[in-house]
Design a protein around this ligand. Structure first.
Ligand code: NAD
Ligand code: UGA
Length: 467
């Protein structure tokens, strides 16, 4: 099959960067990224590349080269479906907030809507590709929906989960550890897999392209995220023990990681993992295990999320305890709101939960993040409180006690404590002694990410994670 036209439904953190890289590497294929969110598409088409809806190092350079050549962003979903041979689905799959599986299962509403639209519009054969992270056996459901097409169109459904991490998305896409493609073991299934493999072969070495059956591919994505998150919860749980015992988590982590069977990555103690996926995907895995009657397996994975909640709460409690048991009416500074450095994404960021506890305790919060916009910070807090059915009066009262700054200095002046929540590089280079002098005395820095060198401790109390 000679592929000349593909589209992606969903222009988010996955759809945008992945398709931009495919367009860059495959100049002969027309790549259209579509979304129902007009504002997002307008931002993707913005002349000023600093206004793209997603901040990722290297992304604007890729968009600059491919956009208008063979990369297009549009809200015309139906036209894109009709014109494309391959259709990626990269829509959101959040945790269900209602009904059966509430709080655990993945909400497949958006995926099903996409499949329905493809079934309705398609007049020629299509390969439909699951790019979103989905529960095992979702392809079965997608096939059933697609079979409602009345124009005799043949659909192949492939699973091709995405493993990029935010902040390094472009490098991850350029040099993927592996590309995973799951397909049916039929003639047409094999042909569909071959068509997708051919696209990736434009820049990914053959030995890194792994083909499996559909269910293995779907499950491998959930399992990968669960294993990565499990390492973080493991090291975070040990950070609590380090604080009690006098061991140093940075030394412990280094010692563990030097065992080549374990490896050194993803052993950095923190305020708890954030991001839109780890928690959602593990909860989904827990739901699946329960669904298949595997209560013990479900409980095993659930602990990973529970330890993460524990770590976030532990950090907030440490700040309160460190300020004589009360933060009421005290200026407290949060440095970092993004869930990790080098992204403007704050979904499920630990900062949201720490802020929530401190505001509840009466603190006057002052927040600085180099990349996350003020409106987003207020939106994140509002979303949390609205989900808890708090009244708008209560929400507005708390929001007024949270001030967002555009400079770290104003956020920190006269503060009782600074809490570092994101490991932004610039936090490492601050003159902490000079900052501490301008804070209320004794100045306390709660370095949740261990970004400050122990040796730079001078004019202030440095309280780190697991040390
Ligand atoms: P996102 O919320 O940033 O983007 C999803 C987009 O899909 C939104 O812009 C939304 O408007 C659009 N959309 C929803 N329904 C639509 C429809 N019917 N038609 C057209 N557009 C529609 O989400 P994301 O972070 O890009 O994640 C997408 C999927 O990829 C999720 O399943 C996620 O688990 C998975 N994933 C995410 C990452 C990541 O780093 N964010 C990495 C790997 C996998
Ligand atoms: C993660 C996975 O790394 C990707 O492979 C996957 O594709 C993606 O989820 C997804 O499915 O969405 P991402 O969430 O973007 O990527 O970022 P990570 O680098 O994994 O970090 C997640 C969280 O864990 C961040 O809050 C980060 O600060 C934290 N973390 C990470 C630690 O606390 N310690 C570590 O050692 C590593």
């Amino acid at each position: 099959m000679n592929v000349t036209s593909i589209c992606c439904i969903g222009a988010g953190y996955v759809g945008g960067p992945t398709m931009a890289v495919i367009a860059l590497k495959c100049p002969n294929i027309k790549v259209t990224v579509v979304d129902i969110n007009e504002q997002r598409i307008t931002a993707w088409n913005h002349e000023d590349l600093d206004q793209l809806p997603i901040y990722e190092p290297g992304l604007k350079e890729v968009v600059a080269e491919a956009r208008g050549r063979n990369l297009f962003f549009s809200t015309d979903v139906e036209k894109a479906i009709e014109e494309s041979q391959l259709i990626f689905m990269a829509v959101n799959t959040p945790t269900k907030t209602y009904g059966d599986g509430k709080g655990f299962a993945a909400d497949l509403t958006f995926v099903e809507k996409c499949a329905r639209q493809i079934a309705k519009v398609a007049t020629s054969d299509k390969i439909v590709i699951e790019k979103s992270t989905l529960p095992v056996r979702t392809a079965e459901k997608i096939k059933e929906v697609l079979s409602s097409n009345i124009k005799g169109v043949h659909f192949e459904v492939l699973s091709n989960p995405e493993f990029l991490a935010e902040g390094t998305a472009i490098q991850d896409l350029f040099k993927s550890d592996r590309v995973l493609i799951g397909g049916d073991d039929t003639e047409s299934g094999k042909a569909a897999v071959a068509a997708l493999v051919a696209i990736y072969l434009n820049w990914i070495p053959k030995e890194k392209i792994l083909t499996t059956n559909v269910w293995s591919s779907e499950l491998s994505k959930l399992a990968s995220n669960a294993m990565l998150a499990q390492r973080i919860s493991s090291i975070n749980s040990l950070s609590a023990l380090c604080e009690k015992s006098g061991a140093d988590i940075e030394e412990v982590s280094k010692a563990i990681g030097m065992d080549s069977r374990i490896g050194s990555k993803f052993l950095k103690a923190s305020v708890g993992f954030g991001g839109s996926c780890f928690q959602k995907d593990i909860l989904n895995l827990v739901y699946l295990c329960k669904h298949f009657g595997l209560a013990e397996v479900a409980e095993y994975w659930h602990q990973v999320v529970k330890i993460n909640d524990y770590q976030k709460n532990r950090f907030a409690s440490k700040i309160i305890a460190g300020l004589n048991g009360t933060v009421n009416q005290k200026k407290i500074t949060l440095l970092g709101w993004a869930f990790k450095k080098d992204t403007n994404d704050s979904r499920e960021s630990a900062g949201i939960y720490v802020a929530d506890v401190l505001l509840e305790e009466g603190a006057e919060l002052h927040v600085f993040d180099p990349m996350v916009k003020e409106a987003q910070i207020y939106q994140d807090l509002t979303n949390l409180w609205e989900a808890r059915n708090e009244s708008s009066k209560e929400i507005n009262y708390k929001l007024k006690r949270c001030i967002v700054h555009h400079k770290h200095t104003t956020a920190l002046d006269s503060s009782f404590a600074a809490a570092i929540l994101t490991e932004w590089d610039e936090f490492k280079s601050y003159n902490w002694n000079a900052i501490a002098k301008k804070m209320m005395q004794p100045a306390k820095i709660f370095d949740g990410r261990n970004v400050i060198e122990n040796s730079s401790r001078g004019e202030f109390n440095l309280i780190q994670t697991g040390r």
